[in-house]
Design a protein around this ligand. Sequence first.
Ligand code: BGC
Length: 707
Amino acid sequence: MDASLSPDARADLLLAQLTQDEKLSLVSGFWGAPAPWAHYDPPPLARHGSAGFVPGIDRLGVQPQWQTDAGIGVAQQGSVAVKRERTALPSGMAVAASWNPDVAFAGGAMIGGEARASGLNVQLAGGVDLMREPRNGRNFEYGGEDPLLAGTIVGAAVRGIQSNHIISTIKHYAFNDQETGRNQYSVVIDDAAARQSDLLAFEIALEQSQAGSVMCSYNRFQGDYACENDYLLNHVLKRDWRWPGYVMSDWGATHSTANAANHGLDQENGVIHEDSHHFGANLAQAITAGQVPQARLDDMVRRILRSMFAVGLFEHPIPEDQTTIDYEADEHVSQNAAEQGIVLLKNEHDILPLSANARSIAVIGAHADVGVLSGGGSSQVYPRGGNAAPGVAPTGWPGPVIFNPSSPLAAIRAHAPNANVQYDAGIDPGAAARLARHADVAIVFITQWTSESQDFSLTLNDNQDALVAAVARANPHTIVVMETGGPVFMPWLSHVRGVLEAWYPGTKGGAAIASVLFGDANPSGHLPISFPASLAQLPRPHLDGEGLPENSQFEVRYGEGAAVGYKWFDRQHLEPVFPFGFGLSYTSFAHSNLAAQADGDGVRVTFAVRNTGRRAGMDVAQIYVTPLGGGWEAPKRLGGWQNLALTPGQQAQGTVTIDPRLLATWDADAHHWRIAAGRYRITLAASARDPGQSVIITLPARVLERP
Ligand code: BGC
């Protein structure tokens, strides 16, 4: 308990006090909620409705690990009658669309505060798998397609969670980029491409957050399960990145005892999902038989204790009684995140912002009278006030489909008190069109529910494309508000005037949408992903595993290598519907004075941004790098960005320092990052497709010191 010692020293001292049984008990986690599919009753101490539980060691003051999901808020697992109702942030994708690490940190701090107040101290958050597959049902939990953006935003969120002296994971390590066959597929990609893409996102997120834990994923990588993968766990994570935390398995993702232990797994979780308890007695036996060194068990335990010390759990134990939560303050954090994450995709003839003096508005579809959609699966947060639209299928796992009770319709009415605002459920396109025909403006809400454990079509379901088309035919002033997990096809795009991508906007989503529609919030969100025009544009038009008999093993070959998202579109000369980095504002910005110079191993870029419009707004000034001599996975990479909030006429200086790894490629033979000598174009732009303005710099050849 000597807080003046380092977490490592304290972990060593505590480790020396533990019996073998105590050590073994720290490396196995159980299900925290009664599981309907197995005869298992968690101890009351497990906090029913949480994801998992690892008993503590009372005699030494080691608290239990109370694990819960996660990144969008404090979630609820299992069939517990009384739901734990908490504040939901907008989806991870929405937070990434803010491009604002402060927004991500504040959101994480909010979630961590509610977790602590709920008696929970390990948050299973930090999803940072890249969007290689737009159909992936979990894209909404993640940070988009670029390793720097995703790593930075997710890292800031996890730092926010851990600022509450609790542990967070970064997950799902690694390459769990689709849900179809998630327990069956093996990803194939070479070392250099892996390090320059998904692994770089994890590396950056870990550096930014100092996350106490990493959750290894369900899938296999190069043939071996992620949770017994020597390359991923021992070589990359623990050796090359020198990361001192502990690896926990995803729930039921442990498949062996000695193999998993020796290849770097430190804690087996979700034991109830498995055919056998791989750690516990089996691990004890493997140690006795000499298959797993005692030092390996000690290392597992040391890593777990070290993370508990490092976040301050011993100085700030979880209080016996649950404490109160300031929901009003937390909802404010969520609404701000939603407003900053909403992306204005189209605004023809400046149809937006709407005037408070509008006379008649037709609001159509997607339960917009009662609430806003959320994503499904283990990250599901149950809202205070209950599900605003109960009964939408699926009502069982990975549902229930939950609408947060924040009504866009009510918020629109509050913004336009003198307008005649009418609602139509949007089930019959003809009826919706009749309502729209006589309104000044029609706002159609569309939803695409996505969730853990399955992948989804990019074509909207329930006849929603026909609905939008019918309304747009009836009223030329049609605006579409999208609540989606990621990109969808928009066949009606050229027929509508305005489009807002609101993602899953969280607890105060309805209020946030209305505030952007009416211009109280000036949209500053930018896409963290590309919107493809068709499946044919994707590296894998056919979703691997789709159509195979259940439990078939298969490979997912990443032929695109590190050219994920916009890098792929650039390399293949494909035109997306909306490019990465894109987002409109109600004001305009002018960029000037771009300059770049070498700075240590990296590059320092400076520029000026002026707000040339009539409203205050936030610019997201993006810096892209192109090696003129080629040699990268794609023509260019995002090198950095800066968010600048400016009042009308105001000018400010921006500075971006480009991480040297984003100027380098991974040399797999020599095992280091290497910058090639040559000329590099540095571009200041408003999206990955904006030509922007450029300067050229020359860099000498260089090897980066740390792998
Ligand atoms: C999910 C994890 C989650 C865990 C515990 C798994 O099914 O993949 O993301 O943290 O369950 O709920």
